[in-house]
Design a protein around this ligand. Structure first.
Ligand code: IPE
Ligand code: IPE
Ligand code: MG
Length: 270
């Protein structure tokens, strides 16, 4: 792990965690539902758009934090296929902020060896956003550090529908037989192909739902909900979420074999 002082100051519980943790126990992939921008702004008597603007700082914190933790992948949910239901002015402001982010942050992504990958129905976005995304993908394509996926005009159902259509086309053309399809095949044909499933899904602002995010990929993901509103989220909050994750017992439908010592304890207790 790099620049630990930028993640958590010495003497704090978060820093003690980072100093002691076995790096192999960290999540490989963290996904975040960035939520609460509107409430952050409303709480300050500001227009919702100011919450989105403030949220850019939190994006930087999350991306840099994930890079310093040396995670393999970070996926941020920035705009869902359902977010088109919002007022036009809010959508326009979100797209303008995205454009601004791509212009301002590209050099930092390149410098930090981060590979950028948008997921979602990108072809439905404005032309100049598409160009900005393509530029960022091209400029970071040979980077070998963190994979930073940003979900734009994305939903898990849309992703599965799109794959279903492609499957039907390939099958109709005689290019795909039913026997070829298994879980590995599906994973390898989703937009997140090549990226491990998220180990940890963080949602800010306290909402207890997944809002159509990465539905296939989160089958066995650990969930972490924090009341922190997205504009207030920092690298320290990411460290706290990761520290919580490391204490979880993941079973994937199986059973965790007790060690001989534990087995005896269990017998005594029952
Ligand atoms: C998250 O903040 C940003 C997007 C969904 C684009 P919200 O705008 O959803 O904020 P709340 O939920 O209204 O507080
Ligand atoms: C989820 O947040 C989508 C993104 C973070 C991009 P929303 O604010 O749109 O979700 P709901 O409507 O509260 O479920
Ligand atoms: Mg919201």
């Amino acid at each position: 792990m790099k620049d630990l002082d930028r993640l958590a100051l010495p003497g704090t519980p978060e820093r003690d965690f980072l100093d002691q943790v076995d790096p192999s126990s960290l999540p490989r992939h963290v996904a975040i539902i960035m939520d609460g921008n509107g409430r952050w702004a409303q709480g300050r008597g500001l227009p919702r758009v100011e919450g989105h603007r403030a949220g850019i700082h939190a994006v930087r914190e999350a991306v840099e934090g994930a890079a310093r933790l040396e995670l393999e992948a970070l996926t941020l949910y920035a705009f869902s296929t359902e977010n088109w239901k919002r007022p036009r002015w809010e959508i326009r402001a979100l797209m303008a902020l995205l454009k601004e982010y791509l212009q301002k942050e590209l050099s930092a992504l390149v410098d930090n060896n981060i590979r950028f990958r948008p997921i979602g129905r990108i072809h439905e976005l404005e032309e100049d956003i598409q160009r900005g995304l393509e530029r960022a993908v091209a400029a970071t394509a040979s980077n070998t550090g963190l994979l930073f996926q940003i979900a734009l005009n994305y939903s898990g159902r849309a992703e599965l529908v799109d794959l279903g259509r492609r499957i039907a086309e390939w099958a109709a053309a005689g290019a795909l037989s039913p026997r070829e399809i298994d879980e590995q095949w599906v994973a390898a044909h989703l937009e997140t192909a090549g990226c491990p499933d998220p180990d940890l899904l963080i949602r800010t602002s306290g909402e207890l739902r997944v809002s159509n995010f990465l539905l296939w990929q989160i089958a066995y993901t650990e969930l972490y909900i924090t009341p922190v509103l997205w504009p207030d989220f920092t690298a320290l909050h990411l460290v706290r979420a990761v520290a919580d994750f490391v204490r979880r017992e993941r079973r994937f439908g199986g059973v965790v074999e007790p060690s001989p010592g534990n087995a005896e304890d269990e017998l005594e207790e029952t």
